[in-house]
Design a protein around this ligand. Structure first.
Ligand code: ADP
Length: 473
């Protein structure tokens, strides 16, 4: 735990496990609801002074933090691979992406502009300013254990907020390392506080109900996000929710199916399929099915599954055995209902795979709406391909989900691209592009995928109140 500038523990701890080997890496402090209350109190005490610092001062600290994160890139990436499992190269990319938020919001802190509004009264002037909302409580997931933290902390700190963070119980080590770097960068005591815990519920309850917390920011599952938003609602706390996704990936008949399959493979198997923007329903025009599937299968066949620390590993383990069971259940349900298991389709437990949660990268063809995988978020290395015949129907099929985070479209036709961009009910649309993310771009979902945006100017706005001044002159 890191509360009011001090690292500590009251003796209770929980183990952090390596998902590639099943071995314990380290034991970390197990915080309770009382610790969350202490952390909020520290953040409340620190808020007046921190919020009154200049944007230039906060920007300089964030720039320093950016520099320190890059200097510690290798160490942070290795820690991430150990506790989360992704291949080291992917972990290095994530640290870079995480550091980008520190730099981008260091720059943006200086651009929290207000406005002056002409009044209908000759003796009146209006002025609008934006001020920090106050104490922020943040909850982050395990799949991107560095960037999901900086994506919240950097704009919150840039705005002048103070923060209490509860990271995921699977990945507290990255959070601890980030906090020590932020401390080294010169963030004053109490401005950032960390509670690591094996039991998130009581801490979430405190975050959502404590009078001093003005804002909840959460990234995780839709079920937990809905629960937290419900708890926070009577207290009228502001909430940002980055929740689940069920991304469609549409390959129109005019697209190059080989090019599209290469892109789909890269983004589907990213982080072993454990990203909320991974494509879950891959709609391929029937004329393109054969080259698409054969390219994907050929690419998947080259992917080495193993410990992320080993050079050459492309697919790491799933985070835990529950995730493995979900893959097994979705694949057997689809197969029983007539899906074609083109490759993979099973857990891997022999030899080097013995201790970890490994699932063979899998391609399923002929998926239909009757199968669980058509509706449920997958969150694993299983590509579900749905052949379609009529170009006019596919957007309705893609929109037929309660989720609305990311969607992908492959086409060479400008009209098709523009219509898809405008009609898809998703917050992030990749048009012939599998990586529509950046610290500079707004990330977030519609419908059950959440509320608010992270990154970009919109991400800073989430931590600011609008204040109007009416001046009689
Ligand atoms: P996932 O299914 O991807 O693990 P979760 O939504 O369960 O996603 O977890 C995301 C984050 O939410 C983690 O930090 C986890 O500890 C936290 N969390 C889970 N359940 C609760 C809860 N009831 N209250 C507060 N936080 C929770």
């Amino acid at each position: 735990m890191f509360i009011d500038g001090k690292w500590g523990s009251d003796g209770k701890s929980f183990d952090v496990t390596n998902p590639a080997t099943g071995e314990t890496i380290e034991a970390v402090a197990d915080a309770s609801a009382d610790h969350a209350v202490q952390a909020i109190a520290a953040a409340e005490r620190a808020f007046p002074d921190w919020s009154r610092t200049t944007a230039y001062h906060r920007a300089a600290i964030l720039q320093k933090a950016h520099q320190l994160m890059l200097e510690n890139k290798q160490q942070l990436a290795e820690l991430m691979t150990l506790e989360q499992g992704k291949p080291l190269r992917a972990a290095l990319n994530e640290v870079q992406y995480g550091a980008d938020f520190l730099q981008w919001y260091a720059e943006e802190a200086k651009r929290i502009y207000g406005t002056s509004i002409p009044s209908a009264r000759a003796d009146q002037r209006f002025m609008v300013q934006h001020q920090a909302v106050g104490v922020v409580a943040a909850i982050t997931p395990w799949n991107y254990p560095v960037s999901m933290i900086t994506r919240k902390l950097a704009p919150a700190l840039a705005a002048g907020c103070t923060v209490v963070l509860k990271p995921a119980e699977d990945t507290p080590l990255c959070a601890m390392k980030i906090f020590s770097l932020l401390q080294e960068a010169g963030i004053p005591d109490g401005v950032i506080n960390l509670v690591t815990s094996s039991n998130p519920e009581p801490i979430g309850d405190v975050f959502c109900t404590h009078a001093a917390v003005r804002k909840i920011t959460f990234t995780g599952s839709t079920a937990v996000g809905r629960h937290l938003a419900t708890l926070a609602a009577p207290h009228l706390k502001r909430v940002s929710m980055e929740l689940g996704g069920h991304a469609p990936f549409i390959v129109y008949p005019d697209a190059d199916p080989v090019h599209a399959a290469k892109g789909a493979t890269l983004v589907k198997f990213l982080n072993t399929g454990q990203a909320c923007i991974c494509p879950n329903r891959i709609y391929v025009h029937r004329d393109s099915i054969d080259p698409f599937v054969s390219t994907m299968v050929e690419r998947v066949g080259r992917m080495q599954v193993g410990n992320g620390m080993d050079a050459g590993t492309a697919i790491g383990p799933l985070i835990n055995s529950k995730a493995l069971e979900k893959m097994e259940r979705q694949v057997s349900d689809a197969s029983a209902k007539g899906a074609d298991v083109v490759c993979g389709g099973r857990s891997l437990s022999d030899g080097d795979h013995a201790g970890g949660c490994f699932f063979a990268p899998t391609v399923l063809n002929s998926i239909t709406p009757a199968m669980d995988i058509y509706r449920e978020e997958t969150f694993g290395p299983v590509a579900a391909i749905i052949p379609f015949d009529d170009k006019d129907d596919v957007l309705a099929m893609a929109n037929d989900t309660s989720y609305g985070l990311a969607a992908y479209v492959y086409t060479r036709d400008l009209t098709t691209a523009m219509q898809s961009f405008e009609r898809l009910q998703f917050g992030i649309i990749g048009i012939n592009d599998i990586n529509p993310t950046s610290a500079a771009a707004p990330f977030g979902g519609m419908k059950d995928s959440g509320l608010g945006r992270e990154g970009a100017r919109e991400g800073l706005q989430e931590y600011l109140e609008t204040k109007l001044g009416g001046f009689s002159v």
